[in-house]
Ligand binder design. Structure first.
Ligand code: IVH
Length: 676
């Protein structure tokens, strides 16, 4: 049992902490802890206040948004307060919310629920008079907000005039789409400026610029979800509100789903939990609203949030933890990468102890020190990334991280190529590099050999059973030695050896990929295989000849020539030829029966797709006679863009000659052409 005194102390501590976090979030666009951790502390405080029977109007638990202490903008009072939403991370609590609403309404029948995306930006209220946009105000503390009209007028998707001369107040969220967020940060890095930690901070920082020109440049977007006093316009449900907004050409997310009861809700929540990655903007959850607007007034609000809506928040993608140390790793190309060793935390359902930090320059740019509280994030990558350090939490005891001078594996002196950020180990015999090469060689996109994971490779390397990738094919002569090894049972040795034998059938393009020529990825390896037809030809091609191949640029051409001139590599390729690996093109791809609708056309697929993976779409294109390029060049005919398409889309647009298609448009075009 915790004593009353202890509860009082904890309550005070939480008040102070949360006030500090909230001030930083709203006034400095700065997150000191993750949203999830904030919500959990807030819930703990709410619970304590309940237990201690404290009703304090000035408690942080009663507040909506910021206090507007240091605003540079004119303050405006909202005619209708802008409330917040109560939230939960538990699907089960949604059922409780619905039961409570039914009870309050004395209802026994089903209650229709509408579900939308919860956008993670900043809320805005916009007033149109006689159809003209006259005022745009931020939420502020819910009662008084900041007048940001001039800035909102710079947002392209917000109409200055409606198609009908309505007097209307609408509410929604201003966000910075992922593609714009990435562009903005890229420019900031180039200029040596600090990057924005996430799109929300960037959107909020942008809208608070005093210079509207900057707002215009950054391409904010807005999505609306609420009409104040909607019934005035003959609207009876939330769904009708969304349709009404769309009719007025006001942007909405178009995601608006209706449920007659809660049975199918869970499925859809799970669906959106994974699909959200494909949306072009950041979302932190879903909002569930009782669809019938006439019930809203009956349910009322708690002062802070309405009783007719609840937010379900997705599991946290970011959490904070302590950075304990940095370990340096060496990859197949000799690139040295720092790995963050962390105090173990839970992130999206798994325990995390290590995270990636790209390169030393990133550590310097983000000013990350050992002992810092850091944000870690699981994005599209499987390995979590360190996002930033919380400088406000520093005690002075944190240690700066020095760049290593020696390779962590072979201890040779590291080099840094001019103009490049990466530190490199240039020792040809570095076991760390060789292990990296081998992991790449056996990977699924390469020779697809199973049973040679990192640990086993490390062991075989240390015993000198393997010195280069061709030795993998001699492992069958070392069966007895393998049997002596720890954790290598007869069955797993059998499987490994047969997987090695099987890999001899791997096609020429995959063998080329597996060789690990710098800058030659999967797509480029296919192009090179198709053009050269066999390795003997490829080995003799000059830089100029290589550059004639569509999709092969200067850097790649030089790298290929260098690779084939290297004596060790020449010997290795000869060994692999002798072993019987496939170094000539078989007409697998050409033999397909698909109609050659894309003959002579060049494609590039970029961004995150929704229906197919990028590899599937590329294969599909090839089957129909098209060619996949690896970069945007003048010869590119079609660019297929998924979500978060970045610089490739910009380049293609700038060329003007490229047809840009979404995945759906591509599939529709394919269907049309196939039918002809
Ligand atoms: S409805 C009366 N719908 O989330 C409350 N809010 O955490 C009306 N938000 O203040 C809000 N997406 O800024 C609503 N589809 C959505 C939303 C949404 C994001 C924001 C909004 C709200 C905050 C609460």
């Amino acid at each position: 049992m915790i004593s009353k005194k202890e509860k009082e102390n904890r309550r005070e501590e939480l008040q102070k902490k949360l006030q500090r976090y909230s001030d930083a979030y709203y006034s400095q666009n700065e997150s000191l802890i993750s949203d999830y951790e904030y919500d959990m502390l807030l819930k703990e405080l709410e619970q304590l206040e309940k237990e201690l029977q404290i009703e304090n109007k000035s408690s942080i638990t009663q507040k909506v948004g910021s206090s507007l202490k240091n605003t540079k903008f004119q303050k405006t009072t909202h005619k209708t307060p802008m409330l917040s939403l109560s939230n939960t991370y538990e699907i089960g609590e949604i059922e409780d919310f619905l039961l409570r609403a039914k009870k309050n309404l004395n209802m026994t029948d089903n209650l229709e629920v509408e579900m939308e995306i919860k956008l993670d930006g900043l809320s805005i209220s916009i007033i149109y008079e006689k159809g003209k946009l006259v005022r745009a105000v931020t939420r502020g503390d819910g009662i008084v907000g900041e007048d940001v009209t001039e800035n909102v007028l710079q947002i392209e998707s917000i109409p200055h005039e409606l198609s009908e001369a309505f007097d209307i107040e609408i509410r929604g969220e201003i966000v910075l789409p992922f593609s714009e967020f990435e562009n903005l940060n890229k420019i900031r890095i180039e200029k040596g400026e600090e990057v924005f930690a996430n799109p929300r901070n960037a959107a909020s920082g942008t809208l608070r610029q005093l210079d509207p020109k900057i707002v215009k440049e950054r391409h904010l977007a807005a999505y609306f979800y609420f009409i104040v006093n909607a019934e005035q316009y003959g609207i009876h449900s939330q769904k009708e509100s969304i349709l009404f907004l769309e009719k007025l050409s006001l942007p909405t997310t178009k995601i608006c789903e209706i449920f007659q009861d809660s049975s199918k809700l869970e499925d859809r929540i799970n669906y959106w939990s994974s699909e959200r990655e494909k949306l072009p903007y950041e979302t932190d959850g879903l909002v569930l609203k009782i669809n019938d607007i006439s019930l809203w007034e009956k349910l009322g609000s708690t002062g802070k949030s309405p009783r007719w809506a609840v937010a379900y928040k997705f599991p946290a993608k970011q959490v904070t933890t302590k950075l304990l140390d940095i370990t340096w790793q060496v990859g197949r190309t000799g690139k040295i990468t720092p790995v963050a060793e962390l105090e173990e935390v839970e992130l999206s359902g798994s325990r995390v102890k290590r995270a990636s930090l790209h390169n030393y320059d990133e550590i310097v740019r983000k000013d990350i020190r050992i002992g810092d509280t850091v944000f870690i994030e699981k994005a599209a990558e499987i390995i979590p990334q360190v996002v930033k350090a919380v400088k406000e939490d520093r005690t002075g005891k944190e240690k700066k991280i020095e760049a290593p001078e020696h390779c962590p594996i072979c201890e040779s002196i590291l080099e840094r190529e001019e103009g490049l950020v990466d530190l490199k180990c240039i020792n040809k015999h570095c076991p760390g590099k060789i292990q990296g090469e081998m992991e790449y060689f056996v990977s699924r996109d390469g020779m697809n050999i199973s049973g040679l994971g990192g640990r086993i490779l490390e062991k075989l390397l240390s015993l000198h059973y393997l010195e280069n990738v061709s030795d993998i094919y001699s492992l069958k002569e070392k069966r007895e030695e393998l049997e002596q090894l720890d954790k290598m049972g007869k069955k797993s040795i059998e499987n490994l050896l047969s997987s090695i034998e099987e890999s001899k059938k791997t096609s020429y393009d995959k063998v080329l990929y597996a060789l690990g020529i710098p800058f030659v990825g999967k797509v480029a390896a296919k192009l090179l295989a198709k053009e050269s037809k066999n390795i003997l030809k490829l080995q003799t091609m000059t830089e100029e000849e290589l550059q004639q191949i569509e999709g092969v640029g200067e850097k790649m051409a030089r790298s290929i020539v260098d690779f084939f001139q290297n004596e060790t590599k020449k010997q290795l390729i000869q060994n692999l030829i002798d072993i019987g690996l496939c170094f000539t093109l078989k007409d697998g791809v050409e033999a397909s029966t698909e109609a050659k609708i894309w003959q002579g056309k060049n494609f590039l697929v970029t961004g995150t797709l929704s229906k197919y993976t990028r590899a599937e779409l590329q294969e599909d294109i090839e089957k129909s006679g098209g060619t996949n390029l690896s970069s945007v060049t003048k010869k590119l005919d079609y660019l297929i863009v998924g979500e978060k398409a970045g610089s490739k889309l910009e380049k293609a647009k700038a060329l003007g000659s490229v047809t840009i298609l979404t995945e759906e448009e591509f599939l529709a075009l394919k269907e049309k052409l196939t039918k002809q």
